[in-house]
Design a protein around this ligand. Sequence first.
Ligand code: PMP
Ligand code: GLN
Length: 401
Amino acid sequence: MPTVPGAWRRTASGAGLLGDDGSIAPTIFAEMSHLAAETESINLGQGFPDEDGPAEVLEAAQRAIADGHNQYTPGRGVPELLEAISEHQNRFYGLSVDPATEVLATTGATEALSATLLALIDSPEDEVVVFEPYYDSYAACVALAGGRLRTVPLRRPDFQPDLDELAAAVTDCTRVILLNDPHNPTGAVFTAEIRQQIADLAERHDAVIVTDEVYEHLVFDQPHVPIATLPQAAARTLTISSAGKTFRATGWKIGWVSGPAELITAVLTVKQFLTFVNGSPFQPAIAAGLRLPDAFFAELREDMRRKKDLLGAGLRAAGFDIFQPAGTYFTVADGASLGFSDAAALCRELPQRAGVVGVPLTAFVTDENRADYASLVRFAACKRVDVLEEAAARLGRLGAS
Ligand code: PMP
Ligand code: GLN
């Protein structure tokens, strides 16, 4: 076998995915979905819905294919989608975004994130501040881009960062402060005070704020507030979102990033060499989705509220302590309350013990900080009610096994 050279090794070790023998492991989501399929367990691990999104959106994609929208799109995306994103930012948040220069369609939020980090990190001294636990691609992309990851822990029980720890992490080496609000995997929503602190620190140290808001329409008891709405932050913020969660279309991989024109140009410069363009027939369909009436977005949120309540009740009845999520698909449960101090081991055993799959939070943290999250498991509520009820019944047998 030849040696395989390249930056991929950095990516792998950055994400904690490189095995002791040098082999690369699949992402935690792929691993857990494989485990669920292999053991015929209920998959509350990887966060994807098991029901389709709105018929208007599905039909619009079918129409677009039939009407011949099957070739490359313009470089920034289909104008109809760029306009719909601009309208959406204005309608929900009062943000003004020029569809011609301040929006870019991407291959999911994943590419928006990777293109952004590749664009903004320029030297091995450049630091990206992330909140830990963090979505798996963040560490991988920072490593691929050759930058340095600085983590700020999110502390139980509400998974907010400590203001002093945050202030200490941001320095003149910080190129990017990368937040995810609402937050995967904890379900936390940042307080106004934290958002303000991030904006202040970014300004003081001339850093770019990159905010991953893919769960923007899944905040339960308060309006979602994009950090870009802070006047001080607007000029230095790239806001990322995606159709996956809002329109139950994770496989379509339509995402976008919006922000100041110069920053969008930087991201476009990289994106055009990653995928060039993507998803011709899906882009107009997501434009139709973004233009759906308010009732659609309200019902999406209420549906998820019911489901997370159902999941939370099932987990509590099974003996888990849980952390009430303020948003997202996810609820974090503490295995320690059932005597399981090692969530990674519990997640490997859960299919046999209960026929259910979850994800250990240790998959989202750096090695140094594993101990703080060692007993925590993330369960996804984005499943049919009957599936969640069956999962709850199965988990109820856990204490007895
Ligand atoms: N960011 C977060 C926080 C996520 O949970 C996900 C996964 N859905 C993504 C980014 C990736 O989104 P997409 O599937 O649109 O690439
Ligand atoms: N975002 C999904 C989750 O957190 C999974 C996405 C993926 O598999 N890459 O579960």
